[in-house]
Design a binder for this molecule. Structure first.
Ligand SMILES: Cc1cc2nc3c(=O)[nH]c(=O)nc-3n(C[C@H](O)[C@H](O)[C@H](O)COP(=O)(O)O)c2cc1C
Ligand code: SF4
Length: 420
């Protein structure tokens, strides 16, 4: 079975939290090599050539994103996004807890690539354990001279600041995260200007996901070609996929992009005995479901988009024939409605009303017209919001309503049973 161990190597087998254990496996060698032997632009070019794309959700090419920073502004920041609140995603906090020095080394290399002297990590408030483990690792890295002034005698200075969120999903969106980091209310900003031009404290800023930055370490070690040789034409390299739902062994599995959805389900132990697959949500709570006919499709950015869904953060939820899709849809819509920051009317009002109608259906008290109304309102919400959270309400709901209409229709009360 095509399971790979790159970032996940040693996890579950060796305790890699301490700096000695990390160094014993070659840790911080790539950071030293970058600072001593490479110019920032060399690291940027390497990332670009590797084909690495952001692992936080949008899949934007990492090197290209870095190249948008204005050349004339020397004060710039790198922010590592460890908010990880997308339903079904649990890979970043695994890296934070199990291999914190890899996260630090990836951040240092990322900051160097954009010639930043100050990196931040924004850690979701609930990750108390991960936060404590990361802080302990950070102290060790500082003491070892990997962070601070004149690193390896090169004249390059770099600070790393840890910031804890307070448990709002919207603070994972990069501009809401920057507002929160600045001590403001965590609400998305209007774009443009994009963070690369005007980000943290008004300065050019790159926001990257934990997994994206961590992959810089093996890419530096083994070369851009090594990474680019794996995957599909436009989806290169490896990816950690959080597989959950109705599989026998839910967990984080690192695979080459392009592994099929069927293989991924098998890697996670397959379905429970006697159960039948009904749907797969391949890319986090914001993604539409794919179905049986897509099982042999490659798990990559392009194929999932072609199937009407997305790879997103790489959180794959498997649903078997015991699933109540009305309840599942209610659960997600209620989550998005609760997490709406309230700036945009369609997201704030639409999400809340849809959750109420779905609640009615869950309790077998739907009224004729509810299904049509849900479809109409959800498509009316999409595309009219300031950030992608509002557009996340429709995909799962619509995909399962169209696929399993009976489950929804059976919750509508017959006209004679309607309350007067
Ligand atoms: C509502 C919402 C929540 C998000 N949550 C996260 C998150 O927890 N972690 C993350 O890396 N990106 C998250 N993103 C995506 C970020 O805005 C951003 O695209 C990402 O951090 C960029 O990093 P990358 O280029 O390395 O993928 C979220 C986006 C939205 C709209
Ligand atoms: S879409 Fe929703 S979460 Fe995003 S800015 Fe608008 S109201 Fe806030």
């Amino acid at each position: 079975m095509p399971v790979t161990k790159v970032l996940t190597e040693g996890i579950g087998e060796v305790d890699m939290r301490g700096i000695d254990a990390y160094r014993a496996r070659g840790g911080y060698k790539q950071w030293e090599r970058a600072v001593r032997e490479m110019q920032p632009v060399d690291v940027l070019n390497l990332a670009e050539k590797s084909g690495l794309r952001g692992r936080g959700g949008a899949g934007f090419p990492t090197g290209r994103k870095w190249s948008f920073l204005p050349k004339d502004k020397l004060l710039r920041y790198l922010v590592c996004n460890c908010d990880e609140a997308e339903p079904g995603t649990f890979k970043d906090h695994m890296l934070l807890e199990k291999t914190p020095h890899l996260v630090i080394e990836g951040m240092l290399i990322g900051a160097y690539a954009i010639a930043s002297h100050h990196a931040f990590i924004y850690i979701r408030g609930e990750f108390r354990r991960g936060y404590e483990i990361f802080c302990a690792a950070l102290e060790e890295a500082k003491r070892a001279g990997y962070i601070g002034k004149n690193i390896f005698g090169s004249g390059f200075d770099l600070e790393l600041t840890v910031h804890r969120g307070a448990g709002a999903y919207i603070c994972g969106e990069e501009t809401a995260l920057l507002n929160s980091l600045e001590g403001k209310r965590g609400e998305p900003r209007l774009k443009p200007p994009f963070p690369a031009v005007e980000g943290l404290y008004g300065m050019p800023t790159v926001v990257n996901n934990v997994e994206t930055l961590a992959y810089l370490v093996p890419i530096l070690e083994r070369g851009a070609q090594w990474f680019a040789a794996v995957g599909t034409e436009r989806s290169k390299g490896y990816k950690i996929v959080s597989v959950s739902g109705h599989v026998r062994n839910p967990g984080n599995y690192e695979i080459a992009l392009g592994t099929t959805i069927r293989e991924l389900i098998e890697i996670a132990g397959g379905l429970r005995p006697g159960r039948k697959l009904m749907a797969v949500q391949p890319g986090g709570g914001s993604s539409a479901c794919v179905f049986e006919e897509h099982l042999d499709w490659p798990y990559d950015y392009e194929s999932l988009a072609k199937a009407g869904s997305m790879l997103g953060s790489g959180a794959m939820v498997v649903f078997d024939d015991t699933t109540d899709f009305v309840k599942a849809a209610y659960n997600l819509v209620r989550f998005f409605a609760h997490e709406s920051c309230g700036q945009c009317t369609p997201c704030r009002e639409g999400g809340d009303w849809m959750a109420r109608v779905l609640n009615r259906l869950v309790n077998y008290r739907g009224v004729p017209g509810d299904i049509q109304m849900l479809l109409r309102v959800s498509s009316g919400i999409t595309g009219l919001n300031l950030c992608p959270l509002g557009d996340s309400i429709e995909p799962f709901l619509k995909s399962v309503m169209l696929r399993f209409p009976d489950q929804f229709e059976s919750r509508i009360l017959a006209p004679q049973a309607q309350p007067a």
